[in-house]
Design a protein around this ligand. Structure first.
Ligand SMILES: [Zn+2]
Length: 104
């Protein structure tokens, strides 16, 4: 990972509602080992406390739980407060999940 990648990742995770999302991952025991340790540090001290290497491990570990784009509408600004719901909805934003669930 180079510094530009670090900046991009850092900016992506630098959010006031990131902890809310991370708490849910921990509560559901979806994280383990080094990723869990780094996640706890991130929650306690902020994403800016992570080294480039730690951020890389963190990103690799939690990436699969993150929805960058809604599978249905392509929305790319899903907030971390809705991110866990999007994961449970298999990559749908809140709006699309509602539409898919209650349509017809
Ligand atoms: Zn959507």
């Amino acid at each position: 990972m180079n510094y530009d990648d670090y900046e991009l990742l850092y900016n992506f995770y630098d959010s006031s509602d990131l902890n809310e999302f991370l708490e849910k991952l921990i509560a559901d025991e979806l994280l383990e080992g080094a990723v869990l340790g780094i996640t706890r540090q991130c929650m306690a001290q902020g994403v800016d406390s992570l080294t480039m290497r730690q951020l890389e491990v963190f990103d690799r570990g939690i990436k699969k739980f993150i929805t960058r784009y809604c599978q249905r509408c392509g929305r790319s600004d899903i907030p971390f407060s809705d991110m866990y719901i999007a994961y449970e909805n298999k990559g749908l934003c809140d709006y699309c999940n509602y539409k898919m669930t209650y349509a017809d």
